[in-house]
Design a protein around this ligand. Structure first.
Ligand SMILES: [Zn+2]
Length: 71
């Protein structure tokens, strides 16, 4: 029965990891090329509804606290 304690540890580790991951990445950015402005690509956050314009890639942070400010 060495299997059971190991399984419990794995479950706890996964739960902690999932929680931390959820905290860090609250936003899910989706690219919106149709409404992009030149070189800037528009990104829409699925979770908080925020939008952002980036040329380098999707934003990593959540912009929910910034209000509706763009650029
Ligand atoms: Zn967001």
């Amino acid at each position: 029965m060495l299997f059971l304690p190991f399984l419990i540890i794995v479950v706890i580790a996964v739960a902690i990891y999932a929680n931390r991951n959820k905290d860090r990445r609250r936003c899910r950015w989706r690219q919106n090329r149709h409404e992009s402005d030149g070189a800037l690509i528009r990104y829409n956050c699925i979770t908080c509804g925020q939008e952002a314009f980036r040329s380098t890639g999707a934003p990593r942070e959540c912009l929910a606290q910034l209000g509706r400010a763009k650029l």
